[in-house]
Unconditional design. Sequence first.
Length: 151
Amino acid sequence: MNTSAAQLPDSDPIMERLEDQLDWYDRKSLSNQRTYRRIKIAEILAAAIIPFLAGLGLPHISIVTGGLGVLITVLEGLLHLNQYQQNWINYRSTCEALKHEKYTYLGKAAPYASAPDPHALLAERIESLVSQEHSKWASVQQQEPGKQQKG
């Protein structure tokens, strides 16, 4: 039996919050990574096909190559608008920081080893990490409309 689990009550809201946030950031990071990579692969394939099709010299191929160019532009716009790569990196970073806190706490290492109330310190540090990530996200969301209004 895990000794740290034996010391905690059956229902520990701090550990539940930590596990919930770890799961959320892990899922969101993976989702944003997959979406980003799928869009980039589609862009690369479309860009690679354009010169091949243009070289064939078939009638009306310019419609297809033009359509692929439009597709590339739309996909790149979606990447810029939805910030999949940035979200992937930010969510992964927050997830890893939360994991670090979890295992540092469970290992009773610094800063938890010398804290008067390690459990309260864990709660503070979890909420600080989540708050920092939320602030970054909100800042990015507020910057986008400002760019559109100036243009």
